[in-house]
Design a protein around this ligand. Structure first.
Ligand SMILES: Nc1ncnc2c1ncn2[C@@H]1O[C@H](COP(=O)(O)OP(=O)(O)OP(=O)(O)O)[C@@H](O)[C@H]1O
Ligand SMILES: [Mg+2]
Length: 360
């Protein structure tokens, strides 16, 4: 009689079938499976779940146990669950209240940030906004990148917003309300920002723009972790931050500084996006890892925050972004579509704007 042996790999494969209740993504790709040990038919699992609904961890535990129990060779399954509740987007955090209420009609303010420039922060901010919109949320995108605003290019805009009753009306594309420093200043004029100017510009964006009622305001922060980023993050009273990094060591060191900055400001890290994670040759199909591989994924494990996804390097994305329609590439390329969708679902779930129990 051949003896059936269960392996860590087969357990992980089985766990990939377990979906987060109500979402399309599985718990492995969400980075919730922290440890798998297999010894003599006994499978021991550590799973960390962030969810508001107390029914979610129980449901996942049940689904995990039954998926693993079905594997040949398994005699016993021990599931250790760690449940963390995210801070509510509706309730004020433990952070100090701003001098006066800001963006009161926005349910969740999410920053997309990176320690280093050019890693794809604006692309991720645009893709995340578009996906949240596609999910039915009302979305605004504020491009606070005072040094190199990208929203005008990404959305193919070269008009200026109108001002009515001293309020700036955001421009709108694909149903998303857009504001960018690039709408207010000449693209060819280099800008030198001093602290007080950043303060002033931030205030103008926050107080003088008619955002109206929004579920999400996605904020494209300037790259780096200096005073400007700190000031902006504090003024906006963020509900969470998404960190973008390439797998490269250098980018990761900077990304870690970004994480530390948000932790210091008490802003929850909603996860890390590994961008330009791999490149598939259009001719031979071979996959190569131009900037290394898996660094951001390992970092997410270390920081105990979700890996929101790994985006491949896709030349069509550059072309679509330059042409002012990144969604064109995102929807046409399933690998991009899936990662952005999973990212948007996870963000919405973590700030409490998605129903968390499965619609059965
Ligand atoms: N996954 C990807 N595949 C291919 N090209 C990408 C990808 N992500 C971003 N890019 C391209 O890389 C360039 C930099 O991206 P992006 O402008 O989003 O980065 P950023 O971090 O916002 O940069 P900056 O620091 O200048 O604001 C752009 O030309 C963009 O189209
Ligand atoms: Mg940018």
């Amino acid at each position: 009689m051949s003896k059936l042996v269960v392996t860590k790999e087969s357990v992980l494969e089985a766990l990939k079938q377990v979906r987060f209740p109500g979402l399309t993504r599985d718990i492995v790709s969400f980075g919730m499976v922290k440890d798998v040990e297999v010894a003599a038919g006994v499978v021991e699992l550590h799973i960390n779940v962030t969810a508001r609904d107390e029914k979610v961890p129980g449901q996942i535990e049940e689904d995990v146990a039954s998926a693993v129990r079905e594997l040949p060779g398994v005699q016993e399954v021990r599931v250790h669950m760690k449940w963390t509740q995210p801070p509510s987007a509706q309730q004020p955090h433990s952070r100090p209240a701003p001098d006066s209420p800001i963006l009161e009609n926005v349910r969740a303010k999410i920053a997309v940030a990176s320690g280093k420039g050019g890693v794809g922060k604006s692309t991720v901010a645009a893709g995340l906004s578009l996906m949240l919109k596609r999910m039915g949320f009302s979305v605004g995108l504020a491009d606070f990148d005072i040094y190199g605003p990208s929203v005008p290019t990404l959305f193919g805009i070269n008009e200026r917003p109108r001002v009515i009753d001293n309020m700036i009306l955001p421009l709108e594309r694909d149903g998303i309300k857009l504001m960018s420093m690039g709408f207010l200043v000449d693209a060819d004029t280099p800008m030198i920002w001093r602290g007080p100017m950043v303060h002033q510009a931030a205030d103008q964006f926050l107080r003088d723009v008619s955002w109206g009622e929004l579920d999400f305001l996605v904020v494209d922060l300037p790259p780096g972790t200096g005073d400007a980023q700190m000031t902006l993050s504090q003024r906006i009273q963020l509900d969470g931050a998404v960190i973008v990094s390439t797998p490269q060591d250098l980018a990761l060191i900077d990304a870690r500084k970004g994480v530390a900055m948000f932790q210091k400001l008490n802003v929850p890290i909603l996860g890390i996006v590994e961008n330009m994670a791999m490149f598939r040759c259009p001719h031979c199909g071979e996959e190569s890892h131009i900037f290394g591989y898996g660094g951001a994924a390992e970092e997410a494990v270390r920081l105990e925050c979700p890996l929101l996804g790994r985006l491949p390097l896709v030349p069509q994305l550059v072309a679509a972004a330059d042409a002012g329609d990144p969604m064109l590439a995102i929807e046409a390329i399933p690998e991009l579509n899936d990662v952005f969708q999973g990212m948007a679902e996870s963000v919405a779930q973590q700030v409490g704007l998605l129903p968390e129990t499965a619609k059965k």
